[in-house]
Design a protein around this ligand. Sequence first.
Ligand code: ADP
Length: 483
Amino acid sequence: MNVLAVTSEIFPLVKTGGLADVTGALPKALARFGIRTHTLVPGYPSILALARLHPPLMEFDSLLGERATLRHLEIDGLSLFVLDAPSLYERAGGPYVDEHGHDHPDNWKRFAVLSLAGAEIAAGALPGWKPDLVHTHDWQSALTSVYLEHMGSDVPVVLTIHNLAFQGQYSSSLLSQIGLPPEAFTTECMEYYGDISYLKGGLTTAEHITVVSPTYAREILSSIFGMGLDGVLNARMDRLQGIVNGIDTEIWNPATDPYLPHRFDLKTVRNKRHNKAVLLERFGLEPGEGPLFSAVTRVTWQKGMDMLAEVADEIFHFGGKLIVLGQGDHDIQAALQETARRFPGRMAVSVGYNEPTAHLIHGGSDAIIQPSRFEPCGLTQLYAMRYGCVPVVSRTGGLSETIIDANDAALSARAATGFQFHPVRAEGLRQALRRAAETYRDKRKWARLQMQAMRADYSWDRSAERYAEVYTRLTGEAAQRAS
Ligand code: ADP
């Protein structure tokens, strides 16, 4: 089966979060099921440098008025279609923001063009290749199914929501500029409180919708987690499914990780302490015996980083230390930095995005803190477990189903893998940190917890099978419709 994936991020070429990890890993996991994925991505500078070494596959004369060249690039087991449209994607900054952190003002056009290119390829624009199914991801490629519907195409589309908080909402005056007819401006399609919503357009026109955990699939049907789209999601409940994310166990493998000064596996997990020493030194923290807690995350309200700034002192009462790696909201960053100033030698904050440091933090920390207010799946806790780093998490979304709380029953059943708290408030986090620090004092108990976390299997095998089932069902239905 041939699949066209359309995405705005893909690891290892361009990543701002979990979306890239998933789009980078899933094609490789699906290959085992006989599914060959080509992934359409924007030609950002980091991708163009490689893609332009190859001859063009085809030219688009006009995608919403822009000329574009389609190029092919094979990298790290991925097959990419790169949309080389310099006026839209060849610029400084990240995929969504400029070098000063401001949204690119034409994101509405950049991702409409990406989606339109996806739809045209799906409808047969590329000589000699046509997909059996299209897989879109988040609002940035959600318009693909809207375009396909208006083209009268019958190619089935799966839309995966990685985070409902980002919806691609723009003024309805842009409708004609993104090449869609007035009929698209209805509540049944993409009209959203007088504006247009790219994500809503995808939700109403995709054949099937997946979100990245079964718990989040239930949560988003409520007004609290539905972010204004719960009505639409309820209407499509029969086509909505949660499939938990996996992790790329080759990239995230403590036994082979090139970013770890000291590698380890289940048998040599004691080596972690050498990484811990390196980590403490690198972050200018005092050496010592207490637990090292860390957070690797976007620094946002969603991720509960404001709560962490509020209760970090709890960690230091127990002789613990804290490292935060992340970037995002300036006020929350400042609050974390201020706390670090009050506790020199015990807390360090690194503002930025750094993949090698993220690996080292997992390889050297005792525990990872993830106090998210909502969390569609969460990958950090999965990487942490594999690296023997015990997660301390809020009980929401994917966190609630991937972590088993270390209550007495779970501990004695040798099933526990971390600490959960609920409701998601600063006081709850404080108590969870206290529980973790107390457990850490009991070395045998902690070691058991760590081993159980390391044994948890979150490889892609099972989840890729779920996607393969969805693809098979949808292509079968499409074939029936055509016959
Ligand atoms: P989200 O996609 O909501 O940000 P996830 O937990 O699903 O959250 O995925 C986050 C991904 O981004 C993980 O791979 C994590 O390691 C990575 N990440 C987040 N912040 C940073 C950072 N500051 N430096 C390096 N990697 C980071």
